[in-house]
Design a protein around this ligand. Sequence first.
Ligand SMILES: [Zn+2]
Length: 212
Amino acid sequence: MSEQLTGLALLRKPFPDNQISKLPKPYKKDSQKGNCKECGGYHGLPAVHLSYVGHAALTDRLLDCDPAWTWEPLALDDKGYPVIDGNGGMWIKLTVCGVTRLGYGDAQGKTGGDAMKERIGDALRNAAMRFGAALDLWHKGELHVEPEAQEPSADEKQAQAAKLIADWRGKLEAVTHIAQLAEVWRTIPKALQPLCLETKNTRKAQLLGEPA
Ligand SMILES: [Zn+2]
């Protein structure tokens, strides 16, 4: 029987797959669009898919944790509107179970009415991350809900990939039980598993008390 989490502990619970959205990010801005087998969408291919928790799923979780959760802008201007900083971003205060933490969101290049909604959703995700919500997803890579975002340079991509692999290896090395090892292993993306295999086998041997 799994223990029933509530409140702030529940906020940290990993989101189920059906609440995780995939944001396709084509490797090149001008790549040809096509039907994607991975996400079922129509976008530039090939693309990497970033996992993120959308506004609705996050709101659902916040309500489960604390039906009285609330957020407010950190500051209001003299007309009573939320203050938007010089970078188009907004600071918010998110309060869950009586605990308040700050978050920051921007419009990810959107304009008009959608810009404010994007800012709010982005700020809520950012603030909720400070409570540990969907932390595992943030950890895997920078999340920006903006398909037109700047493509990272080859060096940046390589550095990101190296960090990702180092992170997964670190997680494998940190486990203290063989069942936990299998659990971590299952969460490692298939494409990265071969690069972490040696670390896993070494840790497995250590946990079983056998020579590696
Ligand atoms: Zn796709």
